[in-house]
Design a protein around this ligand. Sequence first.
Ligand code: NOJ
Length: 759
Amino acid sequence: MSAETEDASGGSIVPGLMARMTLEEKIGQLVLFAAGEGPATGEAGGPKLDDLIAAGEVGSVFGTKSFATVQRLQQQALASRLAIPLLFAEDVIHGHRTLFPIPLGLAASFDMGLVEETAAAAAREATAEGIAQAYAPMLDICRDARWGRVAESPGEDPYLAARYAEAMVKGFQGEDLTHPDRLSACLKHFVGYGAAVGGRDYDAAEIAPHTLFDVYCEPFRAGVAAGATAVMAGFNTLNGMPMHAHPLIAHWLRVRAGFDGVLVSDYTALREMTAHGLGGREARTMRALLAGVDLDMISADYLDCLAGLAAEGIEDPETGLEASPAEITAAIEAGCARVLRLKERLGLFADPMRGATAERAAAAPLRPETRALARRAASGAAVLLENDGILPLPEEGLRIALIGPLTHDRPNMLGTWAVAGDPTASVTIFEGMRTAENDVRHAPGAPVVDDPTVIDRLNFVPDTVTPDPRPEPVLLAEAEALAAWADVIVAVVGEAKEHTGECASRAEIDIPAPQRRLIERLQKAGKPIVAVVLAGRPLVLDDLPNAANAILYAFFGGTEMGHGIADLLYGRSEPTARLPVSLPLHTGQVPIHHGAHEGGRPWPGEWRKFTTNYIDLPDDQHPSRGRYPFGAGQGWTHFTFAPPTLAASRIVGSDAVAEIAVEVTNDGDRSGTAVVQLYVSDPVARIARPAQELKGIARLALAPGETGSAQFRLSRDDLAYTITADDGRPERVWDPGEFIIRTGPNATETQSATLHWEP
Ligand code: NOJ
């Protein structure tokens, strides 16, 4: 137990504790280093970490990979003068020891109950080894999937991302943050990081106010409202200002959204402000502190500079920065208080290990019930894009040629950001497919990629790509022979896990060339092809829809991916996932999203030439919608959607609520779940509004022949949006009048009704 537990009155210990702390100890609470046990994206804490902790000069540590390390470092902290426990954080992005589908796949489930369950399970595994904070959920809206971190994001849509944020926060934090199975959620990366110019990681974001607040900030608003206790700032500049110095932290996040938790910097992001052009070490330190960044991850700027700045103040004519010693001291105090309050809320003062023991740590990873959840989640995250009836496959009597470079691969199943995952524990697709009474044989058919430079980059995380030493013609011939033997080909194609993730931007978001050549060759066998696409981003599928009888877009499914995919292909589970991103026809269409405003000359127009389009895309391709739209996905049965019906087509007053119902009939012969989506368009407003916005999702389980009704309610606030007022400030407004209510199975196949809302 740490020296402090509770004050005499039973209230917070923080004020009393702070009264006893030196300035250096307060600064120490703002210092965050890495334990240096995983792959680092820069330099780690360094050899002095233990000494700094013992001196009370480090308050938080991230990236421990074992209970033993947590215990050792926590003991150091408890031996410091005031015995303030450390806060241990980790990148628990989509699972901890047991990996669930990548976040883009979890969002694709359109099932927020499932998302919450995975977060809770990840929290159980992580807390068992002493971790008290997850650097997740990542909430960066991404509409340009050249950006590799789209894999970590909930996709293109703010409504879906907001629901995902709530589910993740609930799953991590639960009702009671002191519970030993719960941990602090850290929303990231505030804000606009996913809008990097050109899809290049760490590049600038330029976002207009209405899009910034209505799209990029919206998931953060929802996550904060759900009670998130931490937020991490983004590496990016936003409209010219690095996020670690951005006034939005104070003005929007703290004031408008009401965030009172801890603001964490990203890795060496303070240091990077010098490269952004915001001045030297003291200037950037000041900027971050005064902007409201509480924890300095890795840079050691707070550690090395804050005491001096608090003594002297700063007056820097070159950057225009001015702050008195009193202002600086007050900012240090405020940050320290926020960090200590979080530690208190987590119960760290009462029990610095939060119930973690060596036994609990040993028993927690990969428990059968967690694996069962991972299996369900891997099925729940895979989107069935095409099926001419070949799926589901029978469970016996079939010869299956399972072809593709990752059919029997363990590390890649986990996806990117699997920092604590054990690749040897993952189930391959080959193993999964062999759980039926079929004759399943596999061959690689092609390398994942054949460019040695790309292979080298993908192998930043070891064992991502292990090239088959045999030349391509030999691999192709082997695959062709297997295809000739088989009744059906299951072709597993797509990306390797490190094709996406941090600093994994691609200029061309396609299926890599050797695998496209493989598909071409397999077509010649004349056998039905079921394509399973592994991907960390929306990919351009090129000719695959013509070549394949069925396409399952599986993302990276995690530890149990092989079982989860086999459960779908054999029809043991139903595909209920839907695309959380538009799949473009061509890379040149990005940025792309279902709500893109189409300008004053929308496609197709009467005369194609002078409308918004590309001269080199087919005439029937909508220029700003994908080959497969947002929300698309099939199941095993067929649903008929009736048009939306409104309880009242004319409603009055700002407190009114619009009630909308959609009848859906299962007219197939299997039970199934319809995923009903509600979009709204605002055709007349003060500014040009998005073509449509997602405002509701409902899942309806229907027996064969059954008709059910999905119910939605919209308040005035759901239809509000941001404008820039004449004085330049963002203002949230609502216009009465006409709204088009669109409902259906995806973003394009909708039917509509008109709602009139009077003031
Ligand atoms: C950098 C990443 O941007 C961030 O998401 C992550 O949490 C930190 N590194 C720590 O690993």
